[in-house]
Design a protein around this ligand. Sequence first.
Ligand SMILES: O=P(O)(O)OC[C@H]1O[C@H](O[C@H]2O[C@H](CO)[C@@H](O)[C@H](O)[C@H]2O)[C@H](O)[C@@H](O)[C@@H]1O
Length: 386
Amino acid sequence: MDLKANHTSPVLADPAPMNESMLGLHSAMLPYSPNGATFSPALFLTIPRKKTGILDDVKSVSWLDAMRASSPTHNKVAAKDLSHDQQSSNDTDIVYRNWMLKYPSALASFEQITNSARGKRLVLFLDYDGTLSPIVDNPDNAFMSRAMRAAVKNAAKYFPTAIISGRSRDKVCEFVRLTELYYAGSHGMDIMGPVQPVSKDHKKCIRSIDNQGKEVILFQPASEFLPMIDEVLKALIEKTKDIKGAKVENNKFCVSVHYRNVEEKYWTTIAQYVEEVMKQYPRLRLTHGRKVLEVRPVLDWDKGKAVEFLLESLGLSNSDEVLPIYIGDDRTDEDAFKVLKDSNRGYGILVSSVPKESNASYSLRDPSEVMDFLKRLARWKMSSAL
Ligand SMILES: O=P(O)(O)OC[C@H]1O[C@H](O[C@H]2O[C@H](CO)[C@@H](O)[C@H](O)[C@H]2O)[C@H](O)[C@@H](O)[C@@H]1O
């Protein structure tokens, strides 16, 4: 298993965002406006480094270490002999079990969770990759199983359910194919939600009609960035085209540069190429997911903000009556876990088969445990309604 570089802690270093200084990103606050587009200042991160934790992360782990640590393949033990393997696997189990003292299994703690949901409206927020679908080499093939789709569909009969993904909203809708859900793509920067009175802060909401002809609201706080994101997308595709295995994915308001299938010796090259492109775009920042670098606007908006927005637009922001549960596996889900933790409402559930520090309250090992949890929630609700 990939442990922190100094091997003093069994806890995995959270995949860190790229080092801003290494990337030469400027901290200038004035919005960049390539095509004369105007930017509303309210959502710009005024202290981007502090807010994103970039400086803290960089102090503790270099970007290359972070690239190695992201999405660890913890079972890849160099198999010299069986007893060594067994010992390693026992050690891994012990470390995981110890970690679970801090992040108990949401399945084992099911009664505790449902007890605190009694008399409250439970709302489900689900990440997609690594949560509803297993991590696979080709992002285009991250399909959701039929069984998982049925479990989500059934859960959504009982609880308002939203998917919050780093993917573009269209792409994640295409994977999930359940019209009864709410969807937020581009890490929450593209939300399609119900028409409800929303706070006056959210002036950027526009009314729209979804594929079923239903009236919905669209919230796209980064819409002014579209031309810039398109430019960057093209530049990154061109720049990385000769690196075997590199893949640049258009996530509408953000761009993912995947290096999962790139030979490790070229990871530095990828990082340098991304750095070169990013230098020209001080209004964009870089974060780090599971073997992926993610370019996104410097906006004070993330999955945590998307959760708050959706709760509000669903008319469910009263914390005494509502129990939000957010299930996710990645660094970007931490923003949502933190919102729930800081406001002392609901629970974050981290999906991970390796120990890592998190703002979540509970854990699940993998998407199959997520499916079991969703099924149990629906069964619990059905039986308690009888
Ligand atoms: O917020 P999410 O729904 O978890 O999206 C985060 C990123 O997920 C996808 O990449 C990850 O999953 C791929 C498929 O399993 C895998 O190949 C890749 O290595 C992972 O990083 C997606 O492709 C990205 O665009 C999302 O940003």
